[in-house]
Design a protein around this ligand. Sequence first.
Ligand code: ATP
Length: 227
Amino acid sequence: MTVATPNDPLLMLRQLRCIRDDRVLFSELALDLAPGEIVQVTGPNGSGKTTLLRIVSGLSLDFEGEIVWSGIAVEQNRLAYQQDLLFIGHQVGIKAALTPEENLRAVMGMHGQFKKEDIHDALSRVDLYGFEDVPCYQLSAGQQRRVALARLHLSRQRLWILDEPFTAIDRAGVKALESLLICHAQRGGMVMLTTHHELGIQYQGLKRLDLAELLSASDHPFAVEAV
Ligand SMILES: Nc1ncnc2c1ncn2[C@@H]1O[C@H](COP(=O)(O)OP(=O)(O)OP(=O)(O)O)[C@@H](O)[C@H]1O
């Protein structure tokens, strides 16, 4: 019997290939992500970063290759996989007519019951103390993004998939989010994110997956570089 160690990858992407409008976005894409690791997906506009995150999150099934979670192909284990992942897209994905508290309750409802204090605590951790009951259409762009990011403070999922999470966030918010990502990884979580923002973190579990480099080398096996 093989015994899994903490450094064994939980997420494995194997030979992913994706074509949109007759254009190969990526091919031969392989990635291992183990507990404690963060992978930053980089590449110019239109290179396929969002498309890759949507594929890995199970939102898009239009690809070739295999996604393996915890040793089992996701297509045979989709429910368990979905329960272990939290996806936050580059659109904030909140309802403008609802308050931050109502938005969090609605979106986290599928992941369990949360007490009012837990939701208020999550909102205060993203500096929205006092805004819990304000309709989201009255909040700034950065505050709306913070409502979406408050989900991370309630999350019990091991894998966070975040598309441009730093958009509209001020400098203090960026630092706080970077610390949160490291904290999640250090507790055995994993993060896959896209950002055009230069990450200001020194963390040995940080990797980079550059889609432009991958495409230019796609005749060759691809390895993710540690940074
Ligand atoms: N459903 C779709 N049908 C056709 N083309 C699509 C579809 N989804 C994405 N594309 C195309 O795939 C390419 C990659 O888009 P994607 O949004 O993944 O890029 P990105 O790297 O995230 O870009 P950005 O940095 O601008 O956010 C784009 O040219 C886009 O038009």
